[in-house]
Design a protein around this ligand. Structure first.
Ligand code: GAR
Length: 213
């Protein structure tokens, strides 16, 4: 079987991860560093972006992981794009879909194709500061502690059940860029550890409460 870009679909055994990313992909890079260790228990088998020029796609190519861009501009409407995106992801037969800096809202129709199997990393301590500007909004509010959250994706914007969080202090003199860089350091560790545990141990969701193992 082949991906839309003509790559063979990675047949490797183990838990299969498809990563969706819009940007530079430092979180993806952390997952790619972890997945070569068989003990990690999960492999990134595909990377999908909404942006054909996303750095994340270059990282995937460099790591020998199949990748594809599914740009909204190539579809007549949001529904068609979501359907196209779901098809591109489904080709990789993912056990889990990981949103790592994916800056678009997924439609319920997309999520229904991977029920309870989509997780997202967000650069704030949810439920505070959801949305596209979590770091900026936390800084503007004046919080002294912010951080990052890995959560299951539901139909809302960053509203799904929380799996793991890490706190990061806001320092005097921080601007959005400096704070985001420190959050990303914590975020990469949290994402790699949490996704690995989800893959190896499984994730149970009971209402808003989640448990690993
Ligand atoms: C990460 O901080 C991620 O949490 C954030 O984008 C960054 C991507 O960095 N996502 C969101 O803000 C989603 N609302 P990366 O491309 O270097 O992994």
């Amino acid at each position: 079987m082949q991906t839309p870009s003509g790559h063979p679909v990675d047949p490797a055994p183990g838990v299969r991860l498809v990563v969706l990313a819009s940007g530079g992909g430092s979180n993806l890079a952390a997952l790619l560093s972890a997945h070569d260790d068989a003990a990690y228990g999960a492999r990134v088998v595909g990377v999908v972006s909404d942006k054909p020029d996303a750095g994340a796609l270059d990282l995937a190519r460099d790591a020998g992981v199949a990748s594809v861009a599914v740009a909204p501009g190539e579809f007549p409407d949001r529904g068609a794009w979501n359907a196209g995106l779901a098809e591109a992801v489904e080709v990789f037969r993912p056990d889990w879909v990981v949103l790592a800096g994916f800056m678009r809202i997924l439609a319920p129709e997309f999520l229904a194709r991977f029920p309870g199997r989509v997780v997202n990393t967000h650069p704030a301590l949810l439920p505070s500061f959801p949305g596209a500007h979590g770091v900026r909004d936390a800084l503007a509010y004046g919080v002294r502690v912010t951080g990052c959250t890995v959560h299951v994706v539901d139909d809302g914007v960053d509203t799904g059940p929380i799996v793991a969080q890490a706190a990061v202090p806001v320092l005097d003199g921080d601007d959005e860029a400096s704070l985001h860089e420190r959050i990303k350091v914590a975020e990469r560790s949290l994402l790699v550890e949490t996704v690995g545990r989800v893959a190896r141990e499984g994730l149970r969701v009971d209402g808003r409460r989640t448990s690993l193992g």
